[in-house]
Write a protein that binds this ligand. Structure first.
Ligand code: PMV
Length: 332
């Protein structure tokens, strides 16, 4: 099945394929997985091998503005800078837009304002595609549900399926070949005292994309066959921790899940290692802090940066140990 088949399936009942306005805007938050999505069962439709669970960063995300333009191609600006049509970023965005164009010669001016550096393992593609599809929903007045938008966002980038909501979100792996049961849903849990800190080790674009890294891991790591089992365990622990506000359980399961994901990458061939010396130094500091009784944990995505997880009571001491850390809001 192709991406266009899914788009046709979801949009088949829409009266008109033409936009209902000239301009639209939408914001989507970035999300950080506490139980990771790693590996696809269908790489065309971005269908995951396992379910995953994330928390949104409501103040870090992407705002996408779409303006219909009378031109021979799309123009894309990111944070006021025009992006070359030949860049990886533009190609991926244009390919995604091709799925929705009413006519071949219909073009857009796409302005993206992103609070997160692009492709540095900070979920820039997740909030990017979720805000783009939400802006398209406005432009064409499709009136799609969040669940349907989650399916469409997934076609751009898997983790984008989780970027349609604030708070904790679970993306169900689903089983159907067309992926119509592979969408995310918000969880009815709030945790006001839960904090996250971004520890930027490097803002450079990652050398290996998460797409390539996942594929290589699934194809060559001997440990990958254990990954679904690990996710099932961690997902259950994290959900239990969220229900009971058990921070040690949450932090431990999230950190262990991220480490296991990176272990599958390092056992892949060619090996994939997103760690920089500074990443390891920060991890060791976190472990030392825990030994000293300060409960702080980390998670890490496909990049060298860490996200620290702690409770508001420990904010001052974590900040003292990591002065360069940026604390981000999770809840109001
Ligand atoms: O959505 P992608 O293809 O950028 O993959 C995201 C993969 C991780 O960030 C490492 C894990 C996750 O669940 O977000």
């Amino acid at each position: 099945m192709k991406k266009s088949d899914i788009v046709n399936l979801l949009l088949q009942e829409k009266e008109s394929s033409l936009p209902s306005r000239e301009k639209s805007m939408a914001f989507a938050p970035s999300n950080i997985a506490l139980c990771k999505y790693w590996g696809k069962r269908d790489s065309e439709l971005n269908l995951p091998m396992t379910s995953s669970l994330s928390v949104a960063l409501p103040d870090k995300g992407a705002m996408t503005t779409l303006i219909v333009q009378d031109a021979s191609s799309d123009t894309i600006t990111v944070n006021n800078q025009q992006i070359s049509e030949d860049s990886k970023f533009a190609k991926r965005t244009i390919e995604y837009l091709d799925l929705f164009r009413p006519q071949k010669n219909w073009h857009l001016n796409i302005e993206i304002k992103s609070d997160v550096p692009i492709a540095a393992g900070l979920a820039s593609s997740a909030c990017g595609f979720a805000s783009l599809v939400s802006a398209l929903n406005e432009l064409f007045d499709w009136k799609l549900t969040h669940r349907q938008l989650s399916i469409l966002a997934r076609l751009g980038s898997g983790s984008a399926a989780r970027s349609l909501w604030n708070g904790f979100v679970e993306w169900h792996a689903g089983m159907q070949p067309d992926g119509m049961d592979s969408f995310a849903e918000p969880l009815d849990v709030e945790w006001q005292s839960l904090c996250m800190g971004l520890l930027l080790v490097s803002e450079a674009e990652k050398p290996v994309s998460s797409r390539e890294a996942m594929q290589c891991t699934v194809d060559s790591s001997i440990f990958y066959s254990l990954w679904p089992k690990k996710v099932n365990q961690d997902l259950a622990l994290i959900k239990q921790a969220l229900k009971t506000h058990n921070f040690s359980l949450l932090g431990g399961a999230a950190e262990s899940n991220a480490l296991a994901m990176h272990a599958t990458m390092m056992s892949a061939w060619p090996p994939i290692c997103y760690y920089l010396p500074e990443t390891i130094a920060a991890m060791q500091k976190v472990w030392q802090m825990r030994k000293n009784g300060v409960e702080v944990y980390f998670t890490q995505d496909a990049g060298p940066n860490l996200k620290l997880i702690f409770l508001s009571d420990h904010k001052a001491i974590v900040k003292e140990q990591f002065p360069e850390m940026e604390t981000v809001r999770l809840f109001d």
